[in-house]
Write a protein that binds this ligand. Structure first.
Ligand SMILES: Cc1cc2nc3c(=O)[nH]c(=O)nc-3n(C[C@H](O)[C@H](O)[C@H](O)COP(=O)(O)OP(=O)(O)OC[C@H]3O[C@@H](n4cnc5c(N)ncnc54)[C@H](O)[C@@H]3O)c2cc1C
Length: 394
């Protein structure tokens, strides 16, 4: 691995940093973007959508996408630099995240020319916000068990069924979903990948509130919803392959950087008192933070190893599942250590004179667990590593 950047890459970094410093409104900055992934209100959502539109106009959304689809055609390292700077500026996760990172690249790979023309630029600009309709009450880890049906009626399908845990469906204009189009076929066959206009007649969105009191995700019901045939992506009944493309982008994007959370812990340890002196002055606190910092560094180098592999044009290794598993569980360890340090203060949902950012830590503790479930649980990642990488028996 070569850790140095070329002068051109450093210049690019400064260009990104300057643009964000000059354009990101202070009220949109956020300490822990992953804890506030889905906006808490329509008002915040609209502000973030406007921010995405502004970034798009300046050429900063989907920078890795080809220019013909509205991207910047930037290389892998530029994307990494951009993401580092975006996190450093404490910018929010874009509301169009699911379209930009998952559905868009899938349409680019599997969609027709007409679908690419119709959807891709609007995904980047934030004109269309997308949500992911994969999971159902009896189909999560076992996704091939989807029961939602799409009956072929010639020019259109008729959709009936239910999705669950659909993040941000309450704000979405479109959903990419899996539905069974050939009921008698073997499980992984007979599924199709459809694009659904959320304003269609017969679509009902019911928010679900998490333990943090936030409607992050939803149940979505379909009753005789008509989906035009032109919204089928890839061949009919071959949607499983298309869905796997989307999932590979989802896992590749997870397991983000933890250095900023470690800095947050260090800062907290200097401000918070245990037994009448700053937590930082206790050996056990420094040792535990050092341990977490080492784990965070190990995750970072694993990600860089994966990047090196991609830059050399080699096929993806097992790092995707390793980073998803290790990174999200490290997030839980960091949050739980903060709770251990804070003791009863970790339960505060309101700022206190002694701890102005109490709600932030409470939010972390409650929210960190969800990322070990979303996008494939820790157990499923362990199965993948065990069976595909270590070649252990099923
Ligand atoms: C914050 C959040 C956001 C989400 N957003 C979306 C979204 O936008 N769109 C969407 O479609 N879905 C979304 N999901 C759903 C997510 O993909 C599923 O929750 C996940 O795949 C697990 O499925 P499940 O909840 O049905 O649990 P199950 O699959 O029922 O699993 C229950 C438990 O059994 C374990 N288990 C299951 N199978 C095995 C096995 N073979 N070996 C060992 N252990 C096993 C699991 O690890 C888990 O602990 C979201 C989930 C969360 C938490």
């Amino acid at each position: 691995m070569d850790f140095s950047y070329t002068p051109e890459q450093e210049a690019f970094r400064m260009q990104v940093r300057r643009w964000l410093a000059e354009n990101l409104p202070p009220e949109l900055r956020i300490d822990d973007p992953v804890d506030d992934w889905v906006p808490a209100s329509r008002e915040i959502f609209e502000r973030r959508r406007a921010w995405q539109a502004k970034m798009y106009a300046a050429g900063w959304v989907g920078i890795g996408w080809p220019k013909e689809y509205g991207g910047r055609g930037a290389g892998l390292l530029e994307q990494v630099i951009f993401n580092e700077e975006y996190g450093r500026a404490r910018a929010p996760i874009l509301p169009g995240y699911s379209g930009i990172s998952m559905c868009g690249p899938t349409i680019a790979q599997w969609g027709s020319d007409e679908q690419r023309r119709r959807f891709l630029k609007r995904i980047l600009s934030g004109e269309d916000i997308w949500c992911q309709g994969y999971s159902e009450p009896a189909a999560g880890s076992d996704l091939a068990a989807v029961q939602t049906r799409a009956e072929d009626k010639g020019d259109y399908f008729v959709l009936n069924g239910q999705k669950v845990w659909t993040s941000a469906a309450q704000y979405a204009d479109w959903m990419y979903l899996l539905a069974r189009t050939e009921p008698g076929a073997p499980r992984h066959l007979g599924i199709s990948y459809l694009l659904l206009d959320m304003r269609s007649k017969g679509v009902e969105v019911r928010p679900l509130v998490t333990a943090a009191g936030h409607a992050h995700f939803n149940q979505v019901f379909f009753e005789d919803v008509e989906v035009p045939k032109e919204n089928l992506v890839g061949p009919a009944n071959q949607g499983w392959k298309v869905a796997m493309t989307t999932l590979s982008y989802e896992r590749g994007a997870s397991g983000g950087g933890y250095d900023s959370q470690i800095h947050g812990l260090v800062d907290l340890a200097h401000r918070h008192q245990i037994d009448g002196r700053p937590a930082w002055e206790h050996d056990w606190v420094r040792q535990r933070i050092a341990h977490l910092a080492i784990e965070s560094r190990a995750a970072k180098y694993t990600r860089l190893r994966s990047l090196t592999r991609q830059l050399k044009g080699q096929p993806p290794g097992p790092e995707g599942s390793m980073l998803k598993l290790f990174g999200t569980e490290l997030g839980v360890r960091i949050a739980f250590f903060a709770a251990e340090m804070l003791g009863p203060y970790a339960q505060l949902a309101q700022p206190m004179p002694a701890l102005a950012d109490a709600p932030r830590w409470q939010n972390r503790v409650i929210n960190s667990r969800q990322y070990t479930i979303a996008g494939g649980t820790s157990e499923i990642q362990r199965n993948i590593i065990g069976e595909r990488t270590l070649k252990l028996p099923r």
